[in-house]
Design a protein around this ligand. Structure first.
Ligand code: HEC
Length: 210
């Protein structure tokens, strides 16, 4: 027959075990669910979904990263006729021939390699004017046509963008055919338009002796 002290020890041991289990459970839930009191175990089952969704997501534009595929390697072989067909989507808002009128968007004659904005008296948004690069290089054209809001988030071109590289390559070919002297298609099409060397590289002007 255990004495009183032994009983206390046994009871204390049970409590300790109980509290330990409770504690481990709380810590575990905190790690898994973020909320120590959450018992919604179904969350655990949903865990895998976001990853799957990302993996299966359709082309969501250059802004979202790795899904964007440059169309530039396809431009040389693209046909102007195909481009004219795709350009019908643009034609609601743009003309491309010399002397064509501005519609909802500016006339796009001579666009390839030209300065961004300031076309044919069209009132360009500041967002478009402020786009990096300043010029319609092939890279920037490709990016803009794929997703006009990527580089000009507050720009006025309400167009979802051409997601298929083949379509963009064809339209770019069509725009080239409507540009008097289009610059050569960059050989290394994947290389982003090289930004100017940082100013730090320039030799510091000699400080005049006082
Ligand atoms: C719903 C009308 C609409 C459609 C469709 C549309 N655009 Fe535009 N686009 C605009 C507007 C408006 C602007 C002026 C954007 C600004 O000022 O922010 C613009 C600007 C541009 C510019 C910049 C011109 C500049 O000022 O330097 C290019 C290039 C361009 N669009 C190409 C295209 C191409 C290619 C397509 C078809 C794939 C297309 N757009 C479809 C309305 C449209």
């Amino acid at each position: 027959m255990p004495n009183k002290l032994t009983w206390y020890t046994i009871i204390a041991a049970f409590w300790l075990a109980f509290l330990t289990i409770l504690g481990v459970n709380l810590v575990g839930n905190t790690i898994i669910f973020g909320n120590p009191l959450s018992q919604e175990h179904e969350k655990l089952e949903k865990f895998g979904y976001p990853i799957e969704v990302v993996a299966e997501a359709p082309d969501t534009g250059k802004g979202s990263g790795p899904v964007f595929v440059s169309s530039l390697p396809l431009v040389a072989a693209a046909s102007v006729d195909d481009g004219a067909a795709v350009f019908k989507k643009c034609g609601t808002c743009h003309t491309a021939e010399a002397g064509g009128a501005n519609k909802t968007g500016p006339n796009l004659h001579n666009i390839v390699g030209d300065a961004i904005g300031d076309r044919n008296g069209f009132k360009t948004t500041d967002s478009l004017k402020g786009m990096p690069g300043g010029k319609w290089t092939y890279e920037i054209l490709d990016d803009y046509i794929e997703n006009p809001k990527h580089l000009a988030p507050k720009g006025a071109m309400s167009f979802a963008g051409l997601k298929k590289p083949q379509d963009r390559a064809a339209v770019i070919k069509f725009l080239m055919s409507n540009t008097d002297n289009p610059p050569p298609i960059p050989a290394a099409a994947e290389t982003p338009a090289a930004p100017a060397e940082p100013a730090a590289a320039a030799p510091a002007p000699a400080t005049p002796a006082k």
